[in-house]
Write a protein that binds this ligand. Structure first.
Ligand code: FAD
Length: 541
């Protein structure tokens, strides 16, 4: 509740004079949710349904946060999240999307080397506009997978190494009936060979004991396995795979942790584009909630009896508890002051978790002039120079290509004006399709510079612990934390953000129950009945 409004209202002023206990008995417990993205809205919805008084304070003039469906072209285009990662009933968002009957266009199945794309429908070009042969792209894809496997696993386990040598010796001794001198010679040879391999294994292990950037690990693999080294066009295609990987983490390969890059849990069912955009989902969740747009929180004071939250223009809001669901980038920037300060372990988690940048430059054309594939790629000497365009025409029927730079490239493009950024993307397209016609409209996102986000999504940086997501989630007194960066299982995703919102709501409900003993009036956050399961509408099965 806005405390300035209360000062001008005598009845409310009287109500304010009640002790906390009386106030809580007079009404249900209250909570302030800070941030109206998927995490915040999920938490607010759950607590509202559990009979809490909920106020959402959102800094922007819209809800959704990094889910931002734009309609200025006359049809929906997502400038933030657009895929449901894990098209399956286990996805926490599946019941909501299924009930709304929203169609999904599946761009990949499980375990694709290109994450959210299959290698079935693509066209890669070099900088001179020559299309790369499909079998070369597939071959390099397999090599890329081998490189990652080599980088992350020991070449041979010790027991299998001993077994391998023993079998070999036994076979030679008994099958070929060597004389004793030869057998001794062979034994000596195998002993030396075994020692060399053990030393090599141990060296690799030592290398891997210390975390390192994925880019360095790849160089080490090349030293150990020269047969995996590529040159010429093959090398450029390999750089393009790296570029796709960097897009997935929104970070450059020299900052991604080798130890943890593959620790995130991928739900089954592949990846599906939300054909009509994500907005209908969050709008449905937000229905009936008290959401205050344009309320940028600057200070959060926590005391035993509750929290006081201050917004930019000085107004304050009070409640029994608060859920902080602002992006990691905003927490890192210290633009919200916590009083008392957050504990050291929480501040360290905020500092140590990485936040990457990925942007979208959406180009709308008069008509389609590109090949009928799901994405177009540009291969080059370095992953920085590689790029790719998502062809929305395949999924939505609209003549739209989406250029998606990540990491340093995204940071560099953010320094340009929107017009220059759109021209840059168009130039890349012209390289591969020289007859491309000019776009009639464009949209450019700025997730790194936008003060409401300050980054696109979280990732594991080199040398940091993987439990930072969990540490970020753990409550501090009556402050609860939600958001994609607090999701240990599904960081950097909409369903991850959504599930942390539900978790924070449940933690909050339990704490209020423990503290105030108001068991009867509060319903469980997740609802008593299991959600009705409605199958997802998926095209391109
Ligand atoms: C380009 C891009 C592509 C992506 N693609 C996908 C995808 O395809 N699939 C997928 O699953 N995920 C994707 N993601 C990630 C996904 O969008 C996020 O993980 C998710 O939306 C985060 O939700 P959230 O609630 O944690 O944070 P947000 O959505 O960022 O919500 C936080 C809210 O807090 C508000 N806020 C900030 N500061 C304050 C303040 N001081 N006071 C009050 N309010 C404040 C913000 O305005 C915002 O509304 C993508 C993200 C980006 C940027």
């Amino acid at each position: 509740m806005d405390s300035r409004d209360k000062r001008s209202n005598p009845q409310l002023q009287k109500a304010l004079c009640y002790s906390n206990v009386e106030r809580r008995h007079a009404s249900s417990p209250s909570v302030i949710v800070i941030g109206g993205g998927f995490a915040g809205i999920a938490a607010a919805r759950a607590l509202y349904d559990a009979s809490f008084q909920v106020t959402v304070l959102e800094s922007r003039d819209r809800i959704g946060g990094r889910v931002h469906t734009d309609y200025s072209f006359g049809f929906p285009v997502d400038l933030g999240a657009s895929w449901l990662h894990g098209v399956c009933k286990e996805n926490p968002l599946a019941p909501v999307i299924g009930r709304l009957g929203l169609p999904l266009y599946r761009t990949s199945g499980d375990n694709s080397v290109l994450y959210d794309h299959d290698l079935e429908s693509y066209a890669l070009f070099d900088m001179d506009g020559n299309q790369v042969a499909q079998d070369l792209v597939s071959k390099v894809g397999q090599i890329f997978e081998s490189i990652l496997k080599e980088a992350c696993t020991f070449p041979i386990s010790l027991p299998s190494l001993f077994l391998f040598h023993s079998f070999w010796l036994i076979e030679i001794v008994f099958v070929t009936h060597q004389n004793i001198t030869n057998i001794l010679f062979l034994c000596a040879y195998f002993f030396v060979d075994l020692c060399c391999r053990l030393v090599q294994t141990d060296l690799v292990r030592q290398d891997f004991r210390e975390d390192m950037p994925i880019s360095r690990a790849i160089s080490i693999v090349f030293e150990r396995r020269p047969d995996l080294r590529l040159e010429g066009l093959d090398y450029k295609v390999l750089q393009w795979y790296l570029c796709r990987m960097e897009g997935w983490f929104a970070a450059d390969a020299d900052t991604i942790s080798l130890k943890f890059w593959d620790q995130e849990e991928l739900l089954p069912g592949g990846h599906g584009l939300m054909v009509r955009g994500y907005l209908p989902v969050i709008n449905t969740l937000a229905k009936g909630l008290d959401i205050r747009l344009g309320h940028r929180v600057t200070k959060i004071v926590r005391r035993y009896h509750g929290v006081k939250v201050t917004v930019e223009d000085g107004r304050t809001f009070v409640a029994d508890a608060a859920i902080v669901a602002v992006p990691l980038g905003v927490l890192k920037s210290n633009r919200i002051k916590f009083e008392p300060r957050l504990p050291e372990w929480k501040e360290a988690a905020i500092n140590d978790l990485g936040i990457g940048i990925e942007n979208k430059i959406v180009l709308h054309f008069e008509k389609v002039f590109w090949p009928n594939v799901e994405f177009l790629g540009v291969v080059a000497e370095s992953s920085y120079e590689c790029s790719y365009f998502l062809n929305l025409h395949k999924a939505t029927g609209h003549s739209v290509l989406v250029y998606m730079p990540a990491g340093q490239l995204a940071r560099d493009i953010e320094k340009m004006s929107d017009e220059a950024a759109a021209s840059f993307a168009f130039m890349q397209l012209k390289r591969i399709l020289p007859n491309a016609s000019e776009p009639i409209q464009y949209l450019v996102s700025h997730w790194g510079a936008d003060e409401n986000t300050l980054g696109s999504y979280s990732y594991d940086m080199v040398g940091k612990s993987h439990d930072l997501y969990e540490r970020l989630r753990i409550p501090v007194d009556n402050l609860f934390f939600a958001g994609e960066a607090t999701s240990f299982e599904y960081p950097g995703s909409v369903h991850g953000a959504y599930s942390t919102g539900l978790m924070a709501a449940e933690d909050c409900r339990m704490r209020v129950l423990e503290r105030y003993g108001e068991l009867d009036i509060l319903h469980p956050v997740m609802g008593e009945d299991p959600p009705i399961s409605v199958p997802l509408l998926i095209s391109r099965m």
